[in-house]
Design a protein around this ligand. Sequence first.
Ligand code: DQA
Length: 151
Amino acid sequence: MKQKTKKIYVINGPNLNMLGKREPQIYGALTLDQIMADLTQQAIPLGVDLGFFQSNHEGAIVDKVHEIFEENIDGIMINPGALTHTSVALRDALLLLSCPIVEIHLSNIYKRESFRHKSLLADIVTGQICGFGHYGYQMALTAIANMINES
Ligand code: DQA
């Protein structure tokens, strides 16, 4: 019997809608739409469906995670932006989920200001990719799609 197509959600937090304009020397020149369009192409041969969500509002992201919990999504890729370093609410919401979660950062947060060195999510996610710019999203998709297709 053919397996159901797996669904992965890509969540982006505050200020990531400004990629391309925002500190390009740190975050690169590509817009979020360009990065997500590349992921959509990459997902086709991997046989996974992608859903996308970006918000500048912590509560809206928590609400989205609750929706994902009800929908039985197979995997999450999340760049929580600054919420990485501050949001117990996002951490608690992600703890609802049992699917693999990849935490992504365009920049290497450990090479930056000390307040960025602490991720409140790092110890509850499957893994973290940081410092590879937009390639980090592609790396995360390869890893999570293969992981869930094999499971
Ligand atoms: C970021 C790193 C965070 O510290 C920062 O607040 C962001 C982007 C990154 O992708 O490198 O908004 O998550």
